[in-house]
Design a protein around this ligand. Structure first.
Ligand code: 3HC
Length: 265
């Protein structure tokens, strides 16, 4: 199979080149799982410092993964890390970075106008077959896609933090996403080791629709002085079996990200 020589549907369904735009907490995790699964990955950021941070975060995370996967074979673990890192390239030139992508995943700030600017730009330069996806936590996929001419090749891929550990991937299909695109997104999700669920293009999808109001209510409980922060977290860990309390989780997800989600709603 030589890339670019096929026009058949089955062959073009293979996603092997992935560009991740945004190398923050989510973007670097997404790039990591894609590279771990054998994809060639380009991570795109606004400057070298941000790319450096992404690279360091991925290296640290891969060390944790390797420690577990290759417990008794540290040499194989080292090879796994260097092979995975070797499948990733870094770029600050977004237009270049999408030129050979089969799939572009956007994981930038949760602001519609910023996402629109980006997608408009890359829609003009990415190949016709390239699928676009957003990792947005809370914005409408259809509205993000509206500035592109490939609404049928646009969907949502919503990951969870920490991406290399959390097993779920929400795959979002708008009423304009084609069946073919949707199938490819599901297949790719499975290929990178995630369990996929499907949700309509509805605010917060499934997980954040339930999780964000829960975390916000924990903050209000604390603000009302009903319980201490420590007791709120202990209550939900020991009383409901959550791995983290809601306030700890708020910090982990990011207060800024959560505020953007709530403001967006
Ligand atoms: N990379 C690789 N491995 C990691 C990792 C990372 N970033 N973070 C943790 N791990 C591994 C650890 O190495 C450890 O491996 P081991 O089993 O071999 O020791 C394992 O995961 C467990 O980690 P820890 O022992 O450090 O700590 P915990 O047992 O407390 O687990 C946790 C950490 C997995 C983060 C757990 O606390 C958890 O599940 N917390 C809830 C996370 C959550 O709810 N995420 C969703 C947030 S919502 C979201 O992301 C959506 C967005 O749109 C807002």
């Amino acid at each position: 199979f030589v890339r670019g020589f096929s026009t058949s549907k089955a062959m073009s369904s293979t996603i092997s080149q992935v560009t991740v735009i945004g190398g923050g907490l989510m973007g670097s995790g997404i790039a990591q799982v894609a590279a771990q699964a054998g994809n060639s990955v380009v991570i795109c950021e606004v400057n070298d410092k941000a790319l450096q941070n992404a690279q360091t975060r991925i290296q640290t995370s891969l060390e944790r993964v390797a420690k577990k996967m290759y417990k008794d074979k540290p040499e194989d673990g080292k090879k796994f890390i260097s092979d995975t890192m070797g499948r990733m390239k870094l770029s600050t030139a977004v237009n270049d970075a999408v030129k050979s992508a089969d799939l572009v995943i956007e994981a930038i700030v949760e602001k519609m106008e910023v996402k629109h600017k980006l997608f408009k730009e890359i829609d003009a330069v990415a190949p016709g077959h390239t699928i676009f996806a957003s990792n947005t936590s809370s914005l409408s996929i259809k509205e993000i896609a509206s500035v592109t001419k490939r609404k049928d090749k646009f969907g949502g891929l919503h990951f969870f933090n920490p991406v290399p550990v959390m097993k779920l991937l929400e795959v979002i299909k708008t009423d304009e996403t084609s069946e073919d695109t949707y199938k490819k997104l599901l297949e790719w999700g499975k290929a990178v080791g995630k369990t996929t669920i499907t949700c309509k293009d509805t605010p917060g999808f499934v997980v954040n629709r339930l999780l964000v109001p829960y975390m916000a209510e924990a903050a209000r409980l604390y603000e009302r002085g009903d319980a201490s922060a420590r007791d709120i977290d202990t209550a939900m860990k020991l009383g409901a079996g959550y791995p983290m309390g809601p306030l700890e989780l708020l910090d982990y997800v990011g207060l800024d990200t959560t505020k953007f989600i709530l403001d967006g709603w």
